[in-house]
Ligand binder design. Structure first.
Ligand code: HEC
Ligand code: HEC
Length: 296
């Protein structure tokens, strides 16, 4: 019993220490400020060929979630923007521009995915209203295929059920090996985020049933729910895209004027979205505040 309590305390202390470190850390030193006095860079040694494909490595890369990776890059981009604009040193405008542009591009790719879903969903409602049930059913398939596009791009392979032994079996006996072991879907996103996914799934399947029953009202109510979710995502990511691009444009004119205002509105959008999807103990990393190094 005592041991158990000791373990728990350890774990709790460990956790809070981790949290503190996370909150206080500034992003890595930007390359520009110290590139001048760096010795000529030596290319890193590539790993010997037999070390490239190890089962332990498979476990690691299978678990990488592209969505989380995109979020992490945007977080680093944000850190660099603050560092360049408030750091007082020389500004590397190329990296500043690239950071804004990187955020804009990543946000745009999310917005594009949601926009297609929103528009196909709207089309499904319009066809049902005209009682063109064939076209409505076709549109519902388009919606689902757009959902799958985003899943293919943003889920980790682990979420999709691939394991190290799946890859090993593919390598050993050919990638089409039908006996390669794999597992069911294993989710890792925050609960509240998954909640909007399950809500969309529920409403999409009810919409399809309603189409089969030629029930206009049923399609209208369900497509409205999907519209609300998709449209909100489009707006959120377009906002981030717009401000990211404005930061990049200022940097391309070698100016940091106005960047503060864009940064603050942009990151408020990230934070609002995180607040919405945060659940329980897991905190999503919010972008760093606009702050000079000596500011408290
Ligand atoms: C921005 C990309 C994106 C879009 C667009 C998207 N999803 Fe998802 N979806 C995700 C992510 C990320 C997860 C969680 C993966 C994890 O937990 O590892 C997820 C998980 C799910 C799950 C849980 C897994 C499962 O299959 O049981 C369902 C259901 C789901 N989404 C339904 C939908 C539906 C329906 C749509 C379209 C109307 C949709 N999603 C659109 C990214 C997206
Ligand atoms: C759609 C709402 C939404 C917006 C907008 C958003 N995020 Fe996120 N963010 C999420 C969700 C959901 C997760 C958790 C993803 C997961 O664990 O699968 C996340 C996770 C993260 C993480 C943690 C990744 C990890 O290692 O677990 C970081 C860092 C992050 N976001 C940064 C940002 C930044 C910076 C912005 C703005 C430029 C931003 N996010 C905008 C929803 C959002």
């Amino acid at each position: 019993m005592l041991l158990l309590i000791a373990c728990l305390t350890c774990w709790l202390i460990g956790c809070s220490r981790e949290a503190n470190n996370g909150a206080g850390n500034a992003p890595g030193v930007p390359p520009a400020n110290d590139s001048s006095n760096q010795p000529a860079e030596k290319a890193p040694e590539p790993p010997p060929p037999d070390e490239i494909a190890k089962p332990e490595d498979f476990e690691i890369w299978l678990k990488q979630s592209p969505m989380r990776m995109k979020m992490r890059s945007m977080w680093i981009d944000c850190g660099l923007i603050v560092r360049f604009c408030t750091g007082g040193g020389q500004v590397d405008y190329d990296w500043l521009e690239a950071s804004g542009e990187d955020i804009a591009r990543k946000a745009a790719s999310f917005a594009d995915m949601w926009e297609i879903i929103r528009d196909q969903n709207r089309n499904m409602a319009a066809q049902a209203k005209k009682e063109d049930w064939f076209e409505a059913r076709y549109a519902s398939e388009r919606v689902w295929s757009c959902c799958t596009d985003c899943h293919a791009e943003n889920w980790s392979m682990h979420t999709r059920g691939f394991r190290a032994n799946t890859i090993e079996a593919w390598l050993e006996r050919g990638y089409s090996n039908p006996d390669a072991p794999s597992e069911g879907i294993q989710l890792s996103a925050p609960n509240n985020f998954l909640q909007i996914m399950f809500t969309m799934l529920r409403n999409l399947s009810t919409a399809i049933t309603s189409i089969e029953q030629h029930n206009v009202e049923g399609v209208m109510t369900t497509t409205q729910v999907i519209h609300k979710i998709a449209n909100e995502q489009v707006e959120v990511f377009r906002t981030i895209e717009r401000h990211g691009r404005a930061i990049a444009e200022a940097a391309s004119r070698n100016s940091t004027d106005d960047i503060k205002a864009h940064y603050i509105t942009m990151t408020a959008t990230c934070i609002q979205c995180h607040d919405k999807f945060v659940h329980g103990e897991r905190k999503l990393m919010n972008p760093l505040p606009w702050k000079a190094p000596d500011e408290k």
